[in-house]
Design a protein around this ligand. Structure first.
Ligand code: ATP
Length: 207
């Protein structure tokens, strides 16, 4: 790593839709880690959400683009939605390493993901490809723990950065449920995303 190495936080997710919890915690993480960029990367279909209704990737990406427009350190990538689903973070990191030299890529994840980590595709190899930066999330563990079924050597291979970002009690599920019930979502998503959801009548049927 040189002084010119760019530090990028890769923030993958379904973003169905992107919400103020994603945005606030990503901005705080970017400051805390002095990162150059947070790259929001919507998944084609989350391997954990197959079988669940999900807005089309084009809508989810469009909402991400609207939501990040005012933050110069936020970018959006269509890398995963242009590859056939399911999208695996391991494959994405391999592609990014091949195409982005002189870039330090950290994987930004919510603490709720730790209990699912063992099911991630090639997780033990993935842990050799990127440091994890972990966002605290209401209801999720706040102390470092070794996730079950993870190779301890792989877990020890990379630092895990427990961020001091604010706890933000917002989820996409909550947003979708409110839309389906006809309740307002201002304050939960940026105004442009709220208008987009209304215009395309998204999430009318969400449970
Ligand atoms: P859903 O409610 O549909 O499961 P979600 O709100 O968890 O969605 P995702 O797009 O699945 O949103 O999450 C993408 C990433 O952002 C994941 O790593 C998740 O843990 C993290 N994340 C989502 N919401 C928050 C939040 N409020 N605080 C911290 N991290 C979050």
């Amino acid at each position: 790593m040189t002084a010119n190495t760019k530090k990028v936080l890769l923030f993958g997710g379904t973003f169905d839709p992107i919400h103020n919890g994603h945005l606030a915690t990503a901005a705080a993480a970017c400051n805390e880690l002095a990162a150059d960029e947070v790259c929001f990367m919507p998944a084609a279909t989350s391997p954990f959400k197959i079988g669940q209704a999900c807005a089309p990737a084009s809508h989810r990406l469009a909402m991400v683009q609207l939501a990040i427009a005012d933050n110069p350190r936020f970018t959006a990538s269509d890398l995963e939605i242009t590859f056939p689903p399911p999208s695996y973070t391991f494959n994405t990191l391999q592609r990014l390493h091949a195409t982005h030299s002189n870039t330090n890529i950290l994987l930004l994840i919510g603490a709720d993901q730790l209990s699912k980590l063992h099911a991630w595709h090639n997780i033990n190899e993935l842990l050799h490809l990127a440091d994890l930066a972990i966002l605290p999330r209401p209801g999720s563990p706040t102390a470092p723990a070794t996730p079950a079924q993870i190779n301890p050597a792989a877990w020890a291979a990379r630092p895990r950065l427990w961020l001091a970002t604010p706890l933000t009690p917002i989820s996409s599920t909550h947003v979708r449920r409110r839309v389906a019930l006809g309740l307002p979502i201002s304050g939960l998503v940026p105004p442009a995303v709220e208008r987009y959801i209304k215009y395309y009548a998204l999430y009318q049927q969400s449970a």
